[in-house]
Design a protein around this ligand. Structure first.
Ligand SMILES: NC(=O)C1=CN([C@@H]2O[C@H](COP(=O)(O)OP(=O)(O)OC[C@H]3O[C@@H](n4cnc5c(N)ncnc54)[C@H](O)[C@@H]3O)[C@@H](O)[C@H]2O)[C@@H](O)CC1
Ligand SMILES: [K+]
Length: 510
């Protein structure tokens, strides 16, 4: 698990380290500068002309320190100071004094085209307003050039909080960021400005990180040890019963993908509840699945009784993929919402039907209060952003532009687990904001979301808590997508490839 922070949280870590722990800021800065140089050397920087472009805060001071260390190691290096030196931070003044004492060239104006490597140290996490004037000009000039750009801490101009450029930002080849990864380097579009991101440990103690208590984090492969354990003494009942209520007339793929993924991710038993028309397809494509089919046009008391039995049978229920917006689907959803006593994963048309239900509620409650009031505890909602915009009755742009704020709205003061599906999926619950970094653009393909519901369900069926299953499900789904891309490439990848690749992700953990 890797903690992620915004600028205020990072500043709090800095301040605690310096003021409470007593590690001098200049020591951290020296380590920061050394880590930038280490990274540059790893990429073969040797005889090139290097220019450190430095602003007037501590990010600029890091840049001057890096230039000085390079200079002392006989690299050809100069410093371009952008901004009013009289307003320089105390640490920058100190770094400039050292650099001048050593005779390093410090310019206020220079032709940057003479240099092949740029150390971008104009702004770090202290960026507080839109870029303009000379700063904008220099960033434009750097972006127009063909230099290799190493950004110090964060590409200058990029917001560490929103991942958006504050009007303009440096396009880096590498970003060496200190201590902890930043939201701005992970979410889109920031991650595309940052290039390769390297998180360097520069001596922030754990106690300083912990006191910030950031809700933001991502997983790495070490977190696969959270996967449910497979007991040796077991039978198919040990690994849980998944009920997949999915598909409708003419839509059979959704239940197939969800159910197959649930089996591949380790469930003991998977039952598909779908329209009678899908019977033969499911029986022939996925004979492992148990099946209950209903006649959409002949729904009687017996049907309802049987459906309630199936709801009771399940340890976890997926409802929504491909069920359509018919009255039958609406009745199915009502039965699940009313009677399920186990975690429910609500996806696709299940979410659209929920939106319709909420539209018909007229009271003084907020929209999210109404949504939560009709969902069983431990419901996992898995909307893509368009579904979410309908559910929350908010413009899509508002959602796209403020994903983390929307995650707060979805979860604040309630037990809902929301999986906001996007290029960087966010899994939000009351206390946590998991930001997923696995996966790739090849996964933007029909059926991919159905596969995700099956994986999450399988993890719950095998005993994981719903919120852990949601995070780990999203992470492993992305990892499987990455494995699938290695084999098929991002153009050719289809949902079944993700299911097939699950074996490579999960079985390493056997
Ligand atoms: N202990 C620490 O505090 C450490 C800080 N470090 C470095 O310090 C950086 C943060 O330093 P600072 O807090 O001084 O902030 P920055 O150096 O990021 O920038 C702050 C300066 O830029 C000005 N500014 C902000 N937005 C502007 C805009 N749009 N146009 C013009 N001027 C603008 C501010 O008024 C201030 O003078 C980190 O990103 C990191 O690189 C590292 O050396 C590690 C240790
Ligand atoms: K920078």
């Amino acid at each position: 698990m890797k903690t992620i922070v915004n600028s205020a949280q990072m500043k709090a870590v800095d301040d605690y380290t310096v003021e409470k722990v007593g590690i001098p800021a200049i020591v951290l800065m020296e380590r920061a500068a050394l880590s930038v140089i280490d990274e540059m050397k790893k990429h073969g920087v040797t005889k090139e002309k290097i220019l450190a472009v430095c602003g007037i805060g501590n990010n600029g001071a890091d840049g001057v320190a890096a230039a000085r260390i390079l200079y002392l190691q006989s690299y050809t290096v100069a410093i371009l100071l952008v901004g009013d030196e009289d307003k320089a931070s105390p640490l920058l003044k100190q770094q400039l004094l050292i650099a001048r004492n050593l005779g390093i060239s410090i310019y206020n104006n220079i032709a940057i085209t003479e240099y092949t490597i740029i150390i971008d140290a104009i702004f770090g996490i202290g960026l507080s307003r839109n870029i303009s004037g000379i700063y904008k000009e220099i960033i434009e000039e750097i972006n127009a050039g063909s230099h290799t750009v190493y950004s110090v801490d964060i590409p200058s101009g990029l917001s560490a909080d929103t991942a958006k450029p504050m009007d303009i930002a440096i396009k880096a080849d590498y970003t060496i960021t200190f201590g902890l990864n930043k939201i701005g380097l992970i979410l889109y579009p920031g991650c595309e400005y940052a290039g390769n991101v390297i998180v360097e440990e520069i001596g922030f103690p754990e106690i300083a990180v912990n006191q910030v208590n950031s809700p933001y984090f991502s997983y790495d492969t070490n977190d696969l040890n959270k996967l449910p354990k497979r007991l040796n003494y077991s039978n198919k009942g040990t690994f849980g019963k998944v009920l997949v209520i999915a598909g409708s007339v003419n839509i059979s793929g959704a239940c197939y993908f969800s159910a197959k993924a649930a089996y591949r991710a380790g469930s003991g038993l998977v039952k598909v509840m779908t329209a009678e028309e899908n019977r033969i397809i499911i029986q022939s494509q996925l004979p492992e699945a148990l099946l209950y089919t209903y006649k959409s046009d002949n729904w009687d008391d017996c049907t309802e009784e049987q459906i309630l039995k199936e709801i009771e049978w399940a340890k976890v229920i997926v409802i929504g993929p491909g069920i359509g917006m018919s009255n039958t689907s609406g009745r199915l959803l009502d039965l699940v919402l009313e009677h399920a006593k186990v975690p429910v994963i609500l996806d696709a048309d299940g979410i659209n039907l929920l939106s319709e239900k909420v539209n018909s509620m007229h009271n003084d409650n907020s929209r999210i209060e109404n949504i939560v009031s009709i969902l069983p505890k431990q419901t996992i909602l898995t909307p893509h952003l368009k579904e979410l915009s309908v559910l929350l009755d908010m413009p899509l742009d508002t959602i796209i532009n403020n994903l983390l704020g929307i995650a707060d709205i979805c979860t604040c003061k309630n037990d809902l687990i929301t999986v906001l599906k996007d290029a960087r999926t966010i899994v939000a619950n009351k206390k946590e904001r998991y930001i997923n970094i696995s996966g790739n653009n090849g996964m933007s393909t029909g059926g991919s979301g159905d596969v995700l519901t099956g994986i999450i369900a399988a993890f719950i069926a095998q005993g994981l808590e719903a919120k852990e299953a949601a995070k780990l499900g999203v992470y492993t789904h992305g990892l499987a997508g990455d494995k699938a891309r290695e084999l098929k490439g991002s153009y050719c990848l289809i949902a079944s490839d993700i299911i097939d690749a699950l074996a490579q992700v999960l079985n390493n953990n056997d």
